[in-house]
Write a protein that binds this ligand. Structure first.
Ligand code: MSP
Length: 532
């Protein structure tokens, strides 16, 4: 059985989840459900990034211990995924003992991987360094990061001058290897970065790569992290800790393998990291592949990075300091899980940015679901019950209706290709084609007129069968995005989902009888937010 291993970024636990976090997790959930539907064995890993200076500072501000602070924020993420129907196979929380042990084992392994000639570690060294440090980004800054006026811009937050000893991970000497990997893994085959338009951005950044990665923080200024296994005066830099979650929580991973890791590799070879565009460079596009290389992963075993864009507010970045973050928890309560999931998948192309708008959320739901699919199912079932007591007579379809079903099959094939590429919006457009074509057939064939003409009895049976089969195709294509609504539609149709990668059923099963229609997508009225 083919496998599909998908991970998401693990969210910082220094604030409540917003719509950007929700989007990424719903995207992973939808792709996982789609792959399960095609018969693959799927593993979805998501979680929370609980260490680092930002968390330590937030906890200090609230006057509580960091663990207590992150437990509180983590609970909000867990509750949100439950509310949004995001189902995962494991939960990567970086304060879990299993993860900490894995990070420490990896650090030890890299530290002990010695060059026989010099006796020095091939990957990690200790060095003293002085320079400007961004507290927000938790990194030393170089002159490259200075703005045109020679100052460090506001994106770096508070910048301090620091002088300290730290451990460094060798990055720069792998520059050419990384460039070759990017070139070899672009285009056909198993890509390193999708969508393709992000490749040149990453390549340019790697071209300019210089310097190594500081992977430790002295404990006297940051204690909230994973202690270095070979130097208790330091904790691990939060990114070196966070990226390892993809291994520490992967099925069957063992940092010091005692036997060939067949089970782990069977999953790992399929891994896709669903991440936002802001963490491609340098974390996932530079640090991570070099870390994997250090751990002995081959070029073919490098992951695929599925890089999504951002939800903005009126073209501007969403941020806590601007006070314009959108709370998915409130939206789910106000409009329902289905409306929110559908909007997050239908109104953004994977890789591109989009503007969040509550009006668009309502409109998308009303137009595509209430008036589109919901109306199709409702009138199809009502007419089938009214004119045929739920059972259209089994007859061969005339050419025009056979063509209609062929067009549905083609739409389903396009859908499968889009979904395999992570392009859910495009997938939903194919679903929309099926729905629109079926609703147009209702209008053009006017079954209520056919029902009055005994000579048109066969035609009426054929039209109703075509509509039922079209509704079934649409529900099948909706399953990953809105599993409950799709299951409800299939139940009302009294059919099971169509096989995704085979030609659909072209006739109703013998003895078919449809169920009772119940509105699946009651129209949403614009909800006027309460007066501020
Ligand atoms: N903790 C790191 C990730 C470590 S992964 C080993 C982090 N956390 S985050 O909470 O800041 O962001 C988590 C994810 O949410 C990232 O993939 C980020 O791109 C995504 N988003 C944050 N804001 C977003 C939008 N406004 N829109 C879409 N996604 C956004 O980075």
């Amino acid at each position: 059985m083919n496998r599909f291993f998908i991970t998401t970024a693990i969210d910082y636990t220094n604030g409540a989840p917003h719509i950007g976090h929700a989007y990424e997790k719903v995207l992973a959930d939808v792709l996982a459900r789609f792959h399960r539907q095609t018969g693959e064995e799927v593993f979805l890993l998501t979680g929370v990034d609980q260490h680092g200076q930002k968390v330590q500072q937030s906890a200090e501000r609230e006057g509580i211990a960091p663990q207590e602070y992150v437990d509180g924020v983590t609970a909000k993420f867990l509750a949100l995924w439950e509310k949004l129907g995001v189902v995962y196979d494991d939960w990567a929380a970086t304060t879990a003992p299993k993860h900490k042990e894995c990070v420490r084992a990896i650090l030890t392994r890299l530290w002990e991987d010695r060059d026989p000639a010099t006796g020095a570690s091939r990957w990690i060294y200790k060095a003293a360094r002085a320079g400007h440090y961004s507290v927000r980004q938790e990194q030393f800054l170089t002159d490259k990061e200075r703005g045109p006026n020679g100052e460090f811009g506001p994106e770096w937050g508070q910048v301090e001058y620091r002088e300290e000893e730290n451990y460094y991970f060798r990055l720069a000497e792998h520059r050419q290897w990384l460039l070759d990997l990017i070139d070899a893994r672009s285009g056909e085959g198993k890509p390193f970065v999708v969508p393709e338009f992000r490749v040149s951005e990453l390549r340019n950044a790697v071209e300019k790569l210089e310097g190594d990665l500081c992977i430790s923080r002295p404990k006297n200024r940051l204690s909230w992290g994973i202690e270095f296994p070979f130097d208790p005066g330091f904790v691990t830099y939060v990114w070196f800790d966070a990226l390892v979650n993809y291994l520490s929580f992967a099925p069957g991973y063992d940092p010091i393998p005692t036997r060939p890791p067949h089970e782990f590799l069977a999953w790992w070879r399929t891994v896709i990291h669903d991440i936002g565009k802001d963490i491609l460079i340098p974390a996932h596009g530079v640090y991570w592949p070099v870390m994997l290389k250090a751990l002995g992963f081959s070029d073919a075993e490098m992951p695929t990075l599925l890089v999504h864009g951002w939800w903005n507010i009126s073209g501007a970045k969403m941020s806590k300091s601007l006070g314009n973050t959108v709370d998915p928890d409130v939206l789910a309560d106000r409009y329902g899980r289905a409306a929110l999931r559908y909007y997050l998948m239908a109104d953004i192309a994977t890789g591109r940015d989009a503007d969040f708008s509550e009006e668009r959320l309502i409109q998308r739901y009303n137009v595509d679901l209430a008036n589109g699919l919901g109306n199709l199912v409702n009138r199809t079932l009502n007419m089938t019950l009214k004119y045929r007591e739920g059972s259209p007579a089994p007859i061969d379809l005339p050419a025009d209706l056979a063509t209609h079903l062929t067009a549905n099959t083609l739409a389903q094939e396009t859908y499968v290709r889009s979904m395999r590429d992570g392009q859910v919006q495009a997938g939903l457009e194919s679903l929309g084609d099926v729905v629109n074509r079926a609703n147009a057939l209702v209008d053009a064939s006017a079954p209520w007129k056919l029902a009055k003409d005994p000579e048109q009895a066969d035609r009426l049976d054929a039209v109703l069968a075509t509509l039922i089969l079209s509704a079934r195709t649409a529900a099948t294509m909706l399953l990953p995005v809105l599993p409950e609504a799709a299951a409800e539609i299939l139940e009302q149709l009294n059919l099971v989902a169509a096989p995704l990668e085979e030609r659909g059923l072209e006739l109703l099963p013998a003895g078919y009888r449809c169920g009772e229609p119940k509105p699946v997508f009651p129209r949403l009225d614009a909800i006027v937010p309460p007066e501020a």
